[in-house]
Design a binder for this molecule. Structure first.
Ligand SMILES: CC(C)(COP(=O)(O)OP(=O)(O)OC[C@H]1O[C@@H](n2cnc3c(N)ncnc32)[C@H](O[C@H]2O[C@H](COP(=O)(O)OP(=O)(O)OP(=O)(O)O)[C@@H](O)[C@H]2O)[C@@H]1O)[C@@H](O)C(=O)NCCC(=O)NCCS
Ligand code: ADE
Length: 299
């Protein structure tokens, strides 16, 4: 291949020095993000969300669209990991990641013909994949979330402040949404979902049951702006109460828990609301779990 044609390839458009440092690890990290997003999308039956059965409380979503979106985003996550590799947590890095995040959002909307499939996931998993680049292999879940939180707390001069569901949810309900969760170092991932995922597995539950329980434990306390902006406080409370009811019944590995889960799904569909932020945080949990339990497979 001629040198000029290499230089204009989009996948090589980022700093050559950074790309040369650890392309294999960045590629692997990005493939773990995609795997986490696809696993979340395929997980069935999720309450109110799009899954392998149906579109949930969405007219414009499908499992194949979520999978396409997850695959489309992989090169952006790889660039975020490459960019962060071995760097310190600085405003400069935060702004570079913000630019990549905005480019990823544009690409997602192009790939899905305007459907917002993964805006929250780009934010949460973008910060976490960058954190994995900064921390290097072998970092604990605690360190990964704490480093991602430090990045989220830094200002990004170029972010702009377009009106969004998040800003509206903050004005109306004081909910800090996706920003607040990241700035607090992902407490729903670290202290709720990850322990829950591992507990259900340890108790002999199936992988599906463990992932569903992890989703429900997030839903039980998260101020999910997707629920708030479509259904207000009643939708948020219905989702939180319903999730707690399943967990109190012993989770989805139990018969009663399964029945309450089906009940919750019906309630959310009746209200026509969907916990999209909780779905993103489940994907974030699966990513952190993958990085902290299968270290031997890291390049
Ligand atoms: C910093 C941003 C996240 C700002 O975004 P925004 O101001 O909109 O903030 P939030 O609403 O709080 O969150 C954005 C998305 O995050 C998900 N989410 C919601 N609540 C939480 C929560 N408590 N914790 C974590 N994550 C949360 C959620 O994403 C999912 O839902 C989306 C689908 O929603 P839906 O309502 O169906 O569709 P819409 O089209 O939005 O609604 P309609 O109006 O059509 O009804 C789907 O995307 C899921 O992913 C929230 O939507 C961030 O966006 C930002 O600044 N980005 C720039 C890039 C950047 O800086 N990146 C940094 C490095 S990676
Ligand atoms: N499975 C899903 N259904 C609806 N919205 C989502 N956002 C992220 N994952 C989702």
């Amino acid at each position: 291949m001629h040198i000029e044609s290499i230089l204009i390839q989009p996948s090589l458009a980022f700093p050559a020095a950074a790309a040369a440092r650890a392309p294999d690890r960045a590629h692997w990290l990005a493939s773990c993000v995609t795997e986490a997003l696809v696993t979340e999308a395929q997980l069935t039956p999720k309450p109110g969300l799009c899954d392998a059965r149906a579109s949930g409380a969405h007219i414009d979503l499908s499992l194949s669209l979520l999978v396409r979106s997850a695959r489309d985003l992989q090169p952006f996550f790889q660039r975020m990991a490459t960019e962060a590799e071995g760097r310190a947590v600085t405003v400069n890095l935060r702004e570079q990641l913000g630019e990549l995040g905005r480019q990823a959002e544009v690409s997602m909307l192009r790939a899905t013909e305007g459907v917002n499939t993964h805006r929250g996931a780009i934010w949460a998993l973008g910060l976490l994949v960058a954190s994995a680049g900064i921390c290097g292999s072998g970092a604990s879940a605690n360190r990964l979330c704490e480093t991602a939180g430090r990045l989220a707390n830094l200002p990004d001069r170029y972010a702009g402040a377009p009106p969004s569901n998040g800003t509206q949810a903050f004005k109306s309900y004081g909910a800090t949404g996706a920003r607040g969760e990241a700035m607090a170092a992902f407490p729903h991932v670290l202290r709720a979902a990850l322990p829950c995922l591992r507990r259900t597995r340890a108790l002999g539950g199936s992988e599906t049951e463990a992932q569903l329980d992890a989703l429900l434990v997030i839903m039980a306390t998260l101020d999910d702006t997707c629920l708030l902006h479509r259904g207000g406080k009643p939708a948020l409370l219905a989702a939180q109460d319903g999730a707690r009811q399943v967990l109190r019944a012993g989770g989805t590995a139990n018969r009663a828990g399964k029945l309450y889960l089906a009940d919750l799904d019906r309630r959310l569909l009746r209200l026509w609301v969907s916990p999209g932020g909780s779905a993103d945080l489940l994907a974030a949990t699966l990513f952190v779990d993958r990085l902290t339990t299968l270290r031997r497979s890291e390049p």
